[in-house]
Design a protein around this ligand. Structure first.
Ligand code: NCD
Length: 309
């Protein structure tokens, strides 16, 4: 099957293993395209896409916009802090006004869990979730798995540890779903206050000792401490967090094996990851960013094929 089983990309939990295969095969093609001298294809010349960002973003927003432009779609951008949302407009009204301008696909980042699902039930457009609160960030998980597949040949059977602020991370949840769907083993590691209680119900083990977690894994995906989502203190001090859960060259050297280092960005250098590790040959952080464009092109292209033109 070369088609997606879903009408929108709202979360990894709605996907089947074949969807991931289809997205990756399509992304392989687009990765080749974006490395050509002319990095553009005319595929979506008749499609209009709105990028609605109700939360801050650098990488994800630029990556989606570039992916859309590489496919030759028409693109409009919207940031909540410069919009009429501040004047009291509802989400559905904002989006329906944008759709009245004949938009086919909406890419949305929103602070509320389930915002994408809600929108998909109320408006007539394809919805791509670019992050809904602490819930899911499906394109990030897809590009993360794609990058593991590129580096290690396959995701199946690999051991991945997700380290840090799992509680507030939509990247973690989407990665857990995506990795398990592809037959990888997943553990999480971090302060117990930053590990959600429900994690074991997802078949994910918790390892609170960083050294043991790193000895076990093939890949470490390091998360940022998301202070902006914290209303209370979850650990005593940043210095203590770094001592217990920070990835540095010394701990990696002590493992006696190489592991792959990933981070979704933005990095807090010297907190969850040291600069030398982030910039080392074991780190695939910038490959993740490059692959993000190809994977997003694939998702947008595949959803656009379902639109009757
Ligand atoms: C992440 C996000 O916004 O969820 N970043 C991203 O999309 N690349 C993670 C983070 O903000 O730490």
């Amino acid at each position: 099957m070369s088609e997606l089983s879903v009408e929108h990309l709202l979360g990894i939990k709605y996907l089947k293993p074949n969807d991931i295969d289809v997205i990756f095969k399509t992304a392989d093609h687009f990765k080749e395209v974006i490395n050509r001298p002319i990095k553009k294809v005319p595929s979506l010349r008749d499609i209009t896409i709105a990028n609605l960002f109700f939360e801050n973003s650098t990488r994800t927003k630029l990556s989606f916009e570039l992916a859309e432009k590489r496919l030759s779609a028409d693109v409009i951008n919207f940031s909540a802090n410069q919009s009429s949302v501040k004047k009291g407009e509802t989400l559905i009204d904002t989006v329906n006004n944008i759709l009245a301008m004949k938009v086919d696909i909406v890419v949305m980042r929103h602070g509320n869990v389930g915002a994408g699902v809600f929108l998909s039930k109320h408006v007539n457009a394809k919805i791509i979730n670019a992050g809904d609160g602490t819930h899911e960030h499906p394109t990030q998980a897809l590009l993360d798995s794609y990058s593991i597949r590129e580096k290690l040949g396959t995701v199946k059977g690999k051991r991945i540890v997700i380290i840090g602020d799992v509680l507030h991370s939509r990247v973690a949840l989407s990665n857990i779903f995506a990795l398990q769907l592809q037959g990888a083993e997943v553990k999480v590691c971090g302060p117990t206050t930053l590990i959600p209680k429900y994690i074991s119900s997802l078949g994910v083990q918790v390892e609170t000792n960083l050294k043991k977690a790193l000895e076990w894994c093939d890949v470490a995906n390091v998360l940022r401490v998301q202070h902006e989502r914290m209303d209370i203190k979850y650990f005593p001090s940043t210095r203590e967090y770094t001592q217990l859960f920070g990835i540095n060259q010394e701990i990696l050297d002590s493992l006696g094996k190489k592991i792959v280092i990933m981070h979704p960005g933005p990095i807090n250098r010297g907190v969850e990851i040291s600069s030398d590790v982030a910039d080392s040959n074991d780190s695939i952080i910038l490959n993740q960013v490059e692959n993000g464009v190809a994977v997003r092109m694939a998702v947008i292209y595949l959803l656009a094929q379902q639109i009757k033109r």
